[in-house]
Design a protein around this ligand. Structure first.
Ligand code: GTP
Ligand code: IMP
Ligand code: MG
Length: 334
């Protein structure tokens, strides 16, 4: 901090939402700003026995002091956004940029059929076709949508004003490094760059204004939709290990593989990571569930974390030990 960027290191669904919500509560940023593609992302956050699903707003809404912003690079589905604003009761502190692109019905239809759906396995939320229209310069923008009038702001200006005053800004990425349009497993990727540089461009933060980049990895790799997944295990094997997961947005079964050090190394390079967050340690090492102190971890779990640090040469500062926001080991002040 003051500016910390959180991005996914594999194929999305690493648990960025949970990490961002913890950081929002713990570090009390004045702003949390979302970059990334759009409502194709889905974060699940659990806190005080409640489960929240978020697709448009930053996952930082649990902290009532934090303003929730969406950068101009993100395509917005007005119905999804308005529903979240009302559900989380954040109408006084949620804003989207005037220049956010708007997803219309025609984009969702185009995304739910044909090549995108069948061969790429797109989420059907309309983000790809909307970004194609943006490139064609025909996409409607948020400033032209009446229902969003109350929630419009100049987001790059708000973010940079806060940074000038040395206030904390948390930048939330979505998807994961290998779903990036430039750096991923093309054509089995999403419709934009989702590495830290792309996320910063989405919200209007220049390279000199980034203090920390946290790359989030799950303790194993998952992928939803089509495309290569090295060392993929069968659904049966995943179930036997307790690794089976279902997608937040589409309800599809996520494919699974062991933690991939080679991919992780490349993600560290592409994102210029300064810190690593590891989620779901409790799924691979059940004896570590809910732990909040590194010294309490079992020897195999400690060895796994140490191997990651040895191989990737970046400190593992945050470790998820359960789905609840407070199921986390925070080693930043050790
Ligand atoms: P995208 O932006 O769509 O890429 O999603 P995401 O990175 O926010 O992840 P998502 O919420 O889709 O998936 C992560 C899942 O793991 C959620 O169900 C979380 O509740 C859960 N989760 C996150 N961290 C942990 C953890 O440390 N342990 C356990 N058991 N579950 C976790
Ligand atoms: P699209 O982004 O909906 O066009 O989907 C393209 C590919 O990216 C598909 O394989 C999707 O399953 C995947 N994808 C897009 N967003 C996410 C996400 O947030 N988490 C995981 N996979 C995603
Ligand atoms: Mg997700």
């Amino acid at each position: 901090m003051p500016s910390m960027v959180v991005v996914g290191g594999f194929f999305g669904d690493e648990g960025k939402g949970k990490i961002v919500s913890y950081l929002a509560v713990k570090d009390n940023p004045v702003i949390a700003v979302r970059g990334g593609v759009g409502p194709n992302a889905g974060h699940t956050i659990e806190h005080n026995n409640k489960k929240y699903k978020v697709r448009m707003l930053p996952s930082a809404f649990l902290n009532p002091n934090t303003r929730l912003l969406v950068g101009p690079g993100v395509v917005v589905s007005p119905d999804v956004l308005l529903k979240e604003i009302s559900e989380f009761e954040v109408g006084d502190r949620a804003f989207v940029d005037y220049n956010c692109g708007i997803i219309e019905e025609s984009h969702k239809i185009a995304d739910s059929q044909g090549r995108l759906k069948e061969s790429i396995g797109s989420t059907g939320t309309g983000t790809g076709p909307a970004n194609a229209d943006r490139a064609m310069r025909t996409l409607k923008l948020a400033k032209d949508v009446e229902s969003l009038a109350l929630y419009l702001d100049d987001i790059p200006n708000a973010v940079n004003f806060a940074l000038e005053r040395k206030e904390k800004v948390l930048v939330e990425g979505t998807q994961g490094t290998f779903l990036s349009l430039w750096h991923g497993t093309y054509p089995y990727v999403t419709s934009k760059d989702v590495t830290a540089s792309g996320i910063c461009a989405d919200v209007g933060i220049g390279p000199k204004n980034v203090d920390d980049v946290v790359v989030v990895f799950k303790s194993f790799v998952t992928r939803v939709g089509e495309g290569p997944l090295r060392n993929e295990i069968t659904a049966q094997q995943a179930t036997a290990k307790g690794w089976q997961e279902v997608g937040t947005v589409t309800g599809r079964q996520r494919r699974a593989a062991e933690f991939d050090f080679e991919l992780a190394r490349r993600a560290i390079m592409l994102n210029s990571a300064s810190q690593i967050a590891i989620t779901k340690l409790d799924v691979v090492y059940p004896e570590c569930a809910h732990m909040q102190s590194f010294s309490d971890l079992s020897s195999p779990a400690k060895y796994f974390i140490k191997t990651i640090e040895d191989q990737l040469k970046i400190p593992v500062t945050l470790i998820g030990t359960g789905p609840e926001v407070n199921d986390i080991i925070d080693r930043r002040e050790e």
